[in-house]
Design a protein. Sequence first.
Length: 232
Amino acid sequence: MARGKQYQAASGKIDSEKSYNLEEAIALAKEAAFAKFDETIDIAVKLGVNPKHADQMVRGSVSLPHGTGRDVKVLVFCKGDKQKDAQDAGADFVGDDELIARVQDGWTDFDKVVATPDMMAQVGKLGKVLGPRGLMPNPKVGTVTQDVAKVVKELKAGMIEFRVDKVGIIHSVVGKKSFEDGKLKDNITALLDTLVKLKPASAKGQYVRGIYISATMGPRVKLDHSKIVNEL
């Protein structure tokens, strides 16, 4: 794949054969970010699991200590008093039947979806709209709940959901280039700590097999994953 001069120049700052400690990797990823906007810092974690096996499907959520740097639009499907709870907590869109019909028609101007358990029979009908975007509420990641206020606040503050893809990799946002290095370190450590705790009992051999971080437009930086995991 052909790369532009800026990308090539940024890549020249990174030794692709070297595994960096977390502090070095964060500094390099930020230094190699060349776009004029405040680039997102992303992480990719290769896990030693087979997602084809249900008992090795790694998914969950974690509240990043310093948030993601994004303005997250939260939609909540609920009824009665729960609607006021969601609105008071900062939800951007709250409703039941009418809101479900709107989404069913193709409207998706939101980033996260929360639902109370009593709404899931109807929300399940939105699978074709929400599923491909990774937006379907799920009790395993805390987005199907009676305590909608708590979850809305967490999502607004920086709670992220993650799910291993078909080749065993977790992709996630961990902040912005403008974040202080220490805040990015805290966010990355929080995510990695959660992933390690979610290791499936059936996963054999080395669990965390690779970690890379990069800015939106920049080259990836390889981390010394064994050392980092051992220090968690």
